[in-house]
Ligand binder design. Structure first.
Ligand SMILES: Nc1ncnc2c1ncn2[C@@H]1O[C@H](COP(=O)(O)OP(=O)(O)OP(=O)(O)O)[C@@H](O)[C@H]1O
Ligand SMILES: [Mg+2]
Length: 264
């Protein structure tokens, strides 16, 4: 089998509850639905991406923890999801202890990068890494491994404030562990068109960040928030709802940008 080159996209924002995991799950599902081979790496000890994709805790025999400590490979830690073409390396609470365990190792930031560079990692055309809401060793591993960062930004007053901190961190990562780290794009989430402030935030973010901001706005949508409790991506739970449609549109924007990038 020919080894494909993949695109590793880390979904990060140090702010909690902005839609990182929802974006990871639904963007991955949409990419898988159009035939891409997709891997989600759940690097958040909360394990919301794993739960949201229906992976029960009792089925998580091995996890991203085992991958990062280096005891197991991708093939050993990966699980198939109910979505064809979509696999996941789930998370367990062991991740909480990882930092202490590998703190003394000089390659501690590059554990994920090394694992994904294997032929098993290269077999996926997209790898989406779901991060915890902080700049810790897990997020650093995700940023060191990635080709690019996708930033979900909730349409609220403090969005821009958190963003400048994130952009500064991305610059630090470029200076230290990953000089070619790109910004894949910024996706505005939980948009409520009835809220004037949300409209203002959208226009401010677009003014500041221009073409990096996706045209697709992810609306606040109750079906999207219900889906994880059924262990399903919103796109499977209710394909027709506005949130699912928006995530499909986001996936097509991501692919279109990838085509442009490759052609450039
Ligand atoms: N478009 C949406 N419409 C309605 N609810 C949403 C939407 N996107 C996310 N949510 C809900 O908002 C909450 C936070 O979303 P999510 O878990 O994706 O954020 P997160 O950034 O991953 O959070 P954390 O920082 O804790 O990992 C969840 O309850 C989720 O179901
Ligand atoms: Mg999350």
């Amino acid at each position: 089998m020919a080894i494909e080159k993949n695109r590793i996209i880390t979904i990060a924002n140090q702010k909690g509850g902005v839609g990182k995991t929802t974006t990871a799950i639904n963007l991955a599902t949409a990419l898988a639905a159009i035939g891409e081979r997709v891997l989600i790496v759940d690097l958040d000890p909360q394990g919301n991406a794993s739960t949201g994709l229906g992976i029960e805790r009792r089925d998580r025999k091995l996890s991203s923890y085992d991958l990062l400590v280096g005891s197991h490979s991708i093939a050993e830690t990966v699980l198939e999801t109910a979505v064809p073409n979509l696999s996941i390396i789930p998370s367990t609470l062991d991740l909480l202890g990882l930092e202490m365990e590998i703190a003394q190792h000089s390659d501690r930031v590059f554990r994920l990068k090394k694992a994904l560079a294997s032929s098993e990692g290269l077999a996926y055309s997209y790898v989406l890494v779901d991060c915890p809401p902080s700049f810790n060793l897990l997020t650093m591993n995700a940023m060191a491994a990635a080709h690019s960062i996708l930033v979900p930004l909730q349409c609220e007053f403090f969005a821009l404030e958190g963003l400048s901190q994130l952009l500064e961190t991305i610059n630090q990562v470029r200076r230290s562990v990953n000089p070619t780290l790109d910004i894949q794009g910024i996706v505005l989430t939980m948009f409520d068109s009835r809220n004037n402030l949300a409209q203002q935030v959208v226009s401010d973010v677009r003014t500041h960040l221009g073409e990096k901001v996706y045209h697709t706005l992810i609306p606040r949508n109750v079906r999207v928030s219900e889906a994880p409790s059924y262990g399903k991506p919103a796109i499977l739970y209710d394909l027709k709802c506005a949130g699912s449609q928006a995530y499909l549109q986001l996936a097509s924007e991501v692919i279109q940008r990838e085509r442009q990038r490759k052609a450039a």
